[in-house]
Design a protein around this ligand. Structure first.
Ligand code: ZN
Ligand code: ZN
Length: 118
């Protein structure tokens, strides 16, 4: 895999700032990079997420989204426009099992964004 492509894709995730899907990144890049294929975008996004350069957000029943923000935060998906936006969640967990230990969590919240509510 060529290094330049991965940097281009990483830059696209950072400039879009909208938690883009692979398709959205491909749409943005294909004009200036006609040789880029959707498969390459998928593969590079996977590699970048594995390296920890970007965050993969798994959305149930929808395409994965990618985030340049790496600090711990969660996402709300708008039920009307499908936009993902950042939320901070304060989680309090009752394990109901005395010896359980939390190792991490991934939350995807559903809601309606401010734009769609207007
Ligand atoms: Zn919305
Ligand atoms: Zn985010």
């Amino acid at each position: 895999m060529r290094r330049g492509q991965q940097e281009t894709i990483l830059a696209a995730v950072c400039t879009l700032r909208t938690h883009p899907t692979a398709d959205e990144i491909y749409e943005k890049l294909r004009k200036d990079h006609p040789k880029l294929s959707l498969g390459t975008v998928y593969r590079n996004l996977g590699a970048l997420a594995q390296k920890g350069d970007i965050l993969r957000i798994s959305v149930p029943e929808s395409a994965d989204r990618f985030d340049f923000r790496l600090d711990k935060h969660e996402h709300m998906i708008c039920e009307r426009c499908g936009r993902a936006y950042d939320v901070d969640v304060d989680v309090k967990i009752d394990f109901r099992e005395p010896d359980a230990e939390l190792k991490g969590y991934d939350l995807v919240l559903r809601g309606i964004c401010a734009k769609c509510k207007m």
